[in-house]
Ligand binder design. Structure first.
Ligand SMILES: [Zn+2]
Length: 453
């Protein structure tokens, strides 16, 4: 006898919302577990009821569309001797899924066969739910033996990152390798892809004990070096180039090849404070150290002039001397020391050019009239006997020649400066009359007053 409605359809229909639209169907389903034509004939079904059975497939489709996997509940995986019955088809099941009706909130426990039959979710989703549930079950078993193992593997790398100083590659790589091996054994255990659970457990135990040994070694390493300024905290990696980070990890501490690569003010300052022998020997006063803003320093011979060098340039040049790698006292050439930096600050520039004037321009037609720091210009009064004119000189060029000649006395210096100024004079637009100069000066002063200088 051909079944019109089979048992699992009946059960699902009775828990679905759509059944309320078909009271005749509901009444009959409550009476029988399956419906066939014989029952309808015997119980004298009306034409109206027959019409309902003609559209039964659509009603079942409507019903199954009301259902979805209940994602708030995980899949239960039961042992073979503890199977339960599927509330849809009545068969014993060991992988128990929960489905939920999205209209009337009814809930049913069911097996993968019924879910596939009614296409409540696709196979892929079903498989992944089952896989996760199995993993979870396996995890429960292994957590029982090694409490907290999942979290420990998940946070494995943090141990190195959380230390107060950077850990050299030779130690950290060992530690990471152990973590990777552990993670792969653990993961095949969870997926049940291991040879034997006993073997996996032994391997895990061994790795954990190796890791504990390594951790105590790392702890000793930290204790030994944590107060050494050359062993910086790992936060400094964040501002460094990846290649520089790799070098620093390789060395384990700051060396001449990484000193100029660091970008952390605090670390750089501490190193300059601690390693000051080179500066003392060479009578250099360090005023400020900042990888971002540069190194500001004074050389004793010109104590009122501050030189400023880019941090990277300065440390690339003097890294080995500062860190005293060979423990040899180094006398730096003053010419080098002066040439890595520039005079940039207003007072220092002013000192620099007036010293230059005192040294080399005394009996010359050139006299400094005014330093226009904001305009990057210096005006010279040029006395050529008959008239007075004013010469505009760009500050950067003048700074270079002034720095060279002030720090290094030489017979050529005087000539050098005169040649330089004579050349400036030849540039179009660089010479102005007294009237024009005074006009410009007035304008600039008015501007300064307006902008609050
Ligand atoms: Zn079933």
């Amino acid at each position: 006898m051909k079944k019109l409605i089979i048992k699992k359809e009946r059960n699902l229909l009775l828990f679905s919302h759509v059944i309320n639209d078909y009271p005749l169907l509901k009444k009959r389903l409550e009476k029988h577990t399956t419906i066939d034509e014989q029952i309808l004939k015997k119980e004298k079904a009306t034409v109206e009821e027959y019409n309902i059975y003609r559209m039964r497939n659509d009603i079942v489709t409507q019903a199954k569309n009301e259902w979805e996997i209940d994602t708030s509940r995980s899949v239960d995986i039961l042992p073979d001797d503890k199977k339960v019955r599927c509330e849809v088809c009545g068969m014993p099941i060991k992988n128990v899924f929960y489905i939920k009706n999205s209209i009337n909130q009814n809930s049913l426990r069911t097996g993968s066969e019924c879910i596939k039959h009614f296409a409540i979710t696709d196979k892929q989703h079903l498989d992944s739910l089952l896989k996760n549930a199995k993993r979870l079950k396996r995890r429960e078993a292994i957590e029982h033996i090694f409490p907290g193992i999942d979290l420990r593997i998940y946070q494995w790398k943090n141990f190195i990152d959380d230390q107060p100083i950077i850990i050299k590659d030779t130690l950290s790589k060992q530690y990471y390798t152990l973590g990777e091996t552990l993670s792969s054994i653990y993961s095949s255990y969870l997926k049940h892809e291991n040879n034997s659970d006993k073997e996996s457990e032994d391997q895990i135990r061994e790795i954990l004990s190796e890791a504990d040994e390594l951790i105590s070694e790392i702890t000793k390493y930290i204790k030994k070096h944590k107060n050494n300024v050359l062993y910086p905290p790992s936060r400094i990696f964040r501002s460094m180039e990846p290649q520089s980070v790799a070098l620093l990890k390789q060395d384990g501490y700051i060396t001449p090849r990484t000193l100029f690569r660091i970008r952390d003010d605090e670390v750089a300052q501490k190193i300059f404070e601690k390693y000051d022998a080179f500066f003392k020997t060479n009578k250099i006063t360090i005023l400020n150290v900042s990888p971002k803003n540069g190194v500001e320093y004074r050389i004793k011979r010109q104590a009122n002039i501050i030189l400023k060098a880019p941090y990277g340039v300065f440390c690339k040049k003097y890294g080995a001397e500062i860190l005293r790698v060979n423990d040899i006292e180094t006398i730096a050439s003053e010419r080098d020391l002066v040439s890595v930096g520039k005079v940039v600050e207003y007072r220092s520039l002013e000192s620099l050019i007036y010293i230059m004037q005192d040294l080399y321009l005394k009996e010359s037609p050139y006299a400094i009239e005014e330093l226009y720091y904001e305009y990057n210009e210096v005006y010279f009064l040029v006395n050529n006997g008959l008239s007075r004119e004013y010469l505009k000189v760009e500050l950067p060029g003048l700074e270079v020649i002034a720095r060279e000649t002030v720090y290094f006395k030489g017979t050529e210096n005087k000539k050098k400066i005169h040649v330089f100024l004579d050349e400036c004079r030849k540039k179009p637009g660089s010479v102005t009359s007294r009237a024009d100069y005074l006009f410009m000066k007035e304008q600039r002063e008015a501007n300064s007053r307006r902008s609050g200088f």
